[in-house]
Design a protein around this ligand. Structure first.
Ligand code: ADP
Ligand code: ZN
Length: 437
């Protein structure tokens, strides 16, 4: 009988040398495909890689130059395409709000391999065919929706393709179909709690057990808040559209950071300044090589996400190494009056304060020659029933704890729930008006 804890026990528990054998074999296949893409034809020839034969060991990966978002943009739309257009069955693109979009192409076999990783990720959380899965990520060009959808169907779950938004209908669906598993951004899930009472729905009328949360940065404290609020288990899900979206790394039942599916992705951590490869345990930029996509090979892609690799094995028996939660991005560091601040540091602090509700936003603006940082925080509504003095005390406490962590004293504003803007997809946590000057 197969072991229900795993989707594919053999590969999930394979020894290091077996994983490396698969990686080498697949890397050679990807290099062969890549040589058909205009971008890689040039890049690989430059470093003397003219065929898969030139990849003798995994160390040869290091000869391949890093790829960056700009390479994808400059070669839009077809510079990375490595198969005849007739072979492609699906494309996805990034939203393109910050410039030219990036595009990915998939053949039927690529899509099948990506779907399998999502089925594997779902099963790793202990979810299975008896679950009712409500997919609250938006469908369409964004990879978050369709990816999990097909993975969940492959597992045999009952899938509710709800898509993003329309909170009232979402709650109705949860209630009517007794949804057990959600796929959702953590900020949106935190927001929904404040709406339940308006819709006259209690947690007891729902049957929620698990949530897959991802697509945006969040702290351990935000996860704890979600778990306490809904009395569920929340599993971190990591991916990016350039790597097929979700399913790159996922937490298992132990919720102790994310297994990177290493038969499908080679993960390296580098020093983002020097490009040097860092040892396990050290924080740096995550660099990923996709081993399962032949329509559009992408090797050594610099994600700009900061994390580290755990060295200890996981209790679940999976041998694929774990990535820490994303600790920040190389491009989201704020410099405020000369001090470096990551938004994640601010979230860490405010989400551990029990009176703080589920939404916050960070504002930075010019104040003469200086920068002014304001942290706007929503409190639970019961806080506003008490004395004003209490609120002032809390404000001072939040300010103090923030300044202990980020070394500058921000202005703090406390608001009733529902005042700050809410996003049904990725949250906009930082509004930096200095950039418009
Ligand atoms: P996706 O469609 O998978 O959301 P995008 O390309 O739109 O892909 O966004 C990917 C980026 O979102 C990642 O590079 C990372 O910065 C962020 N992200 C995705 N999942 C997580 C996560 N679990 N924790 C923190 N950040 C995440
Ligand atoms: Zn595990």
């Amino acid at each position: 009988m197969s072991d229900v804890r795993y989707w594919n026990k053999e590969i999930e528990t394979a020894g290091r040398s077996e994983i490396e054998t698969v990686q080498l074999d697949r890397l050679r296949g990807i290099v062969t495909s890549a040589l058909n893409a205009p971008f890689y034809k040039k890049q690989l020839c430059k470093v003397g890689i003219n065929s898969a034969e030139d990849i003798k060991s995994l160390d040869d990966l290091r000869r391949i130059p890093f790829a960056e978002k700009d390479d994808l943009r400059q070669n839009y739309p077809k510079g990375f395409l490595a198969v005849e257009p007739g072979e492609v069955v699906r494309i996805h693109t990034s939203s393109g709000t910050t410039g030219i979009p990036t595009v990915i192409y998939l053949t039927a076999a690529d899509l099948n391999a990506a779907t399998d990783l999502l089925a594997r990720s779902i099963v790793a959380t202990g979810a299975g065919r008896e679950d009712v899965f409500q997919n609250m990520m938006s469908y369409g060009l964004f990879t978050g929706g369709l990816g999990l959808h097909y993975g969940a169907e492959r597992v045999g779950m009952m899938v509710i393709p709800a898509g993003g938004g329309n909170t009232k209908r979402q709650v109705q669906l949860m209630k009517d179909f007794q949804t057990t598993v959600l796929h959702i951004t953590p900020s949106y899930l935190l927001h929904i709690d404040s709406k339940l009472a308006d819709y006259g729905v209690t947690l007891e009328q729902l049957n929620l057990k698990k949530a897959f949360i991802g697509a945006e940065p969040h702290s351990e404290n935000a996860r704890c808040k979600i778990e306490d609020t809904y009395r569920i288990d929340a599993y971190n899900s990591y991916g990016l559209s350039e790597m097929n979206g979700p399913g790159v790394a996922f937490e298992c039942v132990y919720k102790n950071d994310l297994h990177v599916w290493e038969d499908a992705y080679i993960v390296e951590i580098i020093d983002s300044e020097t490009g040097q490869i860092l040892p396990d345990g050290q924080e740096g930029e995550v660099v990923l090589t996709n081993l399962i996509r032949h329509a559009m090979p992408l090797m050594r892609y610099r994600t700009r996400d900061l994390a580290f690799i755990h060295t200890e094995p996981c209790k679940c028996g999976r041998s694929h190494r774990r990535l820490s939660r994303i600790l920040g991005r190389t491009d989201d560091m704020l410099i405020i009056n000369g001090v470096n601040v990551f938004p994640s540091q601010i979230e860490e602090v405010i989400m551990r304060i029990p009176e703080v509700g589920t939404n916050y936003q960070i504002y930075i603006e010019k104040d003469g020659v200086l920068d002014r940082l304001t942290v706007k925080v929503e409190l639970y509504s019961k806080m506003f029933l008490g004395e004003a003095k209490q609120i002032e005390k809390l404000k001072a406490k939040i300010r103090e704890e923030l300044s202990a962590s980020i070394t500058i004293k921000p202005a703090v504003e406390l608001h009733e729930p529902g005042i700050l803007p809410v996003s049904e997809g990725k949250a906009v946590r930082v509004v930096d008006s200095r950039k418009q000057l």
